[in-house]
Design a protein around this ligand. Structure first.
Ligand code: PLP
Length: 385
């Protein structure tokens, strides 16, 4: 098997050597790749602070590495908060980035020292003001164009810019500090121009608050959305840096505000290789042109992002020779446990049960998305090298 383009040959070899001795299915995460991705990010966006979106891979090994490298943390629940703080991270390096939160959870964050909260609704702001008085809030706005993202996020979160203005004013009146605006252009966003439109919307909120209400915001949170290496091509990371930096300086020519990034997928995705075993190869009739390949990972133990075939992982096997179209499905008795049927993957004709399949760039949104024991299958094991 050739080394994939997004991994260093030594990382690929390290993973393969490790994988040889383990029983499938499992995920191997190469921590050195995460380190390199983090360093590439902070080198590209020198002017930004990174808040790692813990949800992408909340493993202790990942948190500990990123904490040591100086990352901050975007946290979605009290459970993630406990995990991050258990690594000795200063709560000042954490934000509560989920706009959907219980009042008692806001209080929990506040008691532990977190002072920065995302919000997009009046009720949430009133609750923050009550139990996290004086805190900084940033308002998440809706963005358009999430079609360019393989895993869109926008509709569930955010409010329109008009409402963002009203919420910032309310926050100030309730004694909070309206600190900034955030957005998320959708995960695995392949259209860089979407950031342009989103930053332009931030600018409208920014200027209205200053000109009409004397509120001077300080921060823009550009969210995540940067890509990992799946089947569909993306621009190189440097192009994201150049273009987004240009959009910012065009809209904020006098002084670029404090910038926060919240990457998840792009930091940890490429570091993972999931290894599965072929359980069965079959055809549905004697003349069927495509084979069905059933393997021991599926939607319920790591590959939930294949829903609607949204994320298309690169797959390789140790077999070579002539290839033919396949449908790829998981091991459970649920008929929605089919990963790829419309997108035509091809795999070697010689593939048979017992062979291994290597799912590349599976370090993000896999292990933490597993069901606990659907059909009795345990969650995916994860190893770190
Ligand atoms: C608030 C927030 N920030 C950041 C992220 C991470 O995004 P990505 O994995 O695309 O980098 C997410 C993903 O769901 C999110 O909801």
């Amino acid at each position: 098997m050739n080394c994939p383009d997004h991994l260093r040959p030594e990382a690929w070899q390290r993973i393969l050597n490790f994988a040889e001795r383990k029983e499938t299915p499992f995920l191997v995460v190469d921590l050195n790749t995460i380190r390199e991705k983090y360093l590439e990010l902070v080198d590209g966006f020198k002017y930004a602070s990174v808040y790692y979106a813990v949800k992408a891979n909340p493993a202790n090994e990942v948190i500990s590495l990123l904490a040591e490298l100086g990352s901050n943390f975007d946290i979605a629940s009290i459970y993630e908060l406990d995990r991050v703080l258990s690594h000795g991270v200063d709560p000042a390096r954490c934000s509560y980035g989920n706009t959907i939160k219980k009042k008692r959870d806001i209080a929990y964050f506040y008691e532990r020292g977190v002072r920065m909260y995302a919000t997009d609704s009046e009720e949430d702001i009133r609750q923050i003001a009550e139990v996290a008085p004086g805190s900084r809030i940033y308002i998440r706005i809706l963005t358009e164009g999430s079609e360019g993202a393989d895993w869109p996020l926008s509709r569930k979160f955010g409010c329109n810019p008009e409402m963002a203005v009203e919420l910032a004013v309310l926050a100030r009146d309730l004694g909070l500090e309206p600190y900034g605006v955030s957005f998320h252009v959708g995960s695995q966003q392949r259209e860089i121009d979407i950031w342009d439109g989103a930053i332009a919307k931030v600018k409208v909120v920014w200027d209205r608050l200053y000109n009409e209400y004397d509120i001077k915001l300080k921060m823009i949170n550009l969210g995540g959305g940067f890509p990992a290496q799946y089947i569909q091509k993306t621009n190189p990371f440097e192009t994201y840096v150049q273009e987004i930096t240009r959009f910012l300086s065009e809209d904020f020519p006098d002084e670029v505000p404090e910038i926060i990034l919240e990457p998840g997928r792009s930091l940890v995705g490429d570091s993972g290789v999931m290894v599965s075993e072929v359980v069965l190869v079959s055809r549905k009739s004697a003349t069927a042109l495509e084979r069905w390949v059933y393997t021991d990972v599926g939607k319920f133990n790591g590959l939930i992002e294949t829903l609607d075939e949204s994320i298309k992982y690169q797959i390789c096997t140790e077999r070579d020779g002539e290839e033919e179209e396949v449908v790829i499905a998981g091991p459970t008795c649920d008929s929605m446990d089919i990963m790829y049927e419309n997108h035509k993957y091809t795999l070697p004709l010689s593939l048979q049960s017992g062979d291994r399949m290597y799912w590349l760039a599976t370090g993000a949104y896999t292990s933490s998305y597993c069901s606990v024991e659907f059909n009795g299958f345990p969650p995916l094991k994860t190893y770190f090298v």
